[in-house]
Design a protein. Structure first.
Length: 225
């Protein structure tokens, strides 16, 4: 198995398709905004190109680290909420109160997946399971850290192509334009992948993703970002 295949399997094991696409999308938007902003003050020649390269790589690394940390925090938060739910059910004074907790906290999440006639049985089966369950750990786990690494890798490696023009070209303006062109193309590819995942029109979704990315970048720049 090649290194690329192992990386793909690692990322797929720890991030679902929607999360993977979101990581790449926001990473690309961040890089586009940062390079456009840096391009306004970049000097000419090799020094300017190096400045843009530092900006692109620095943005990739920073966003990857931030995303990894947020992933760990989200995982811990989800387990804390589940632990609180299990504790509330197990501490309920009677079965009726415990069943009410299940109906309030869990049943609404499955309204579109179950028929009204079956929800009572469904809620009771969940109550029976949680009443004897052990609350999950609320500390950081090895799987959380693996997911954080997957987030970082997905952001950093997916955004690397937009930094290549700053290595190839010696003129900052040309390098920035080529980088922006590649980045917009990658936004379209992300939209295309999202369309495959969501079963929507590929062309429309791809163009919409490009438009959303450009609007968000424009807003960020106008607000001083």
């Amino acid at each position: 198995m090649t290194l690329a295949s192992r990386r793909t399997l690692f990322v797929q094991r720890h991030l679902d398709p929607a999360s993977r696409l979101s990581e790449v999308l926001f990473g690309l938007i961040m890089v586009l905004g940062m390079t456009l902003t840096a391009g306004l003050s970049a000097t000419g020649g090799a020094a300017g190109v190096y400045q843009l390269l530092q900006t692109a790589l620095g943005c990739n690394i920073a966003w990857g680290i931030i995303d990894g940390i947020m992933y760990v925090m989200n995982c811990v938060t989800e387990r804390v909420e589940k632990a609180h739910l299990i504790e509330a059910i197990q501490r309920a004074p009677d079965a009726r109160t415990a069943l009410g907790i299940v109906r309030d906290k869990i049943e609404p999440q499955f309204e579109t997946l179950t028929r009204p006639a079956h929800r009572e049985e469904f809620s009771r089966s969940i109550l029976e399971y949680l009443a004897d369950s052990e609350a999950p750990t609320t500390s950081i786990t090895k799987e959380d850290l693996y997911g954080a690494v997957a987030c970082f890798g997905e952001v950093f490696l997916s955004c690397l192509p937009v930094a290549l023009p700053f290595v190839i070209f010696s003129e900052p303006t040309l390098a920035l334009r080529v980088s922006n062109f590649l980045l917009i193309g990658m936004l379209y590819l992300v939209g295309h992948k999202w369309a495959v995942y969501a079963h929507t029109n590929h062309l429309v979704t791809g163009l919409t993703m490009v438009a959303i990315g450009l609007v968000l970048v424009g807003v960020a720049i106008l607000l001083g970002g």
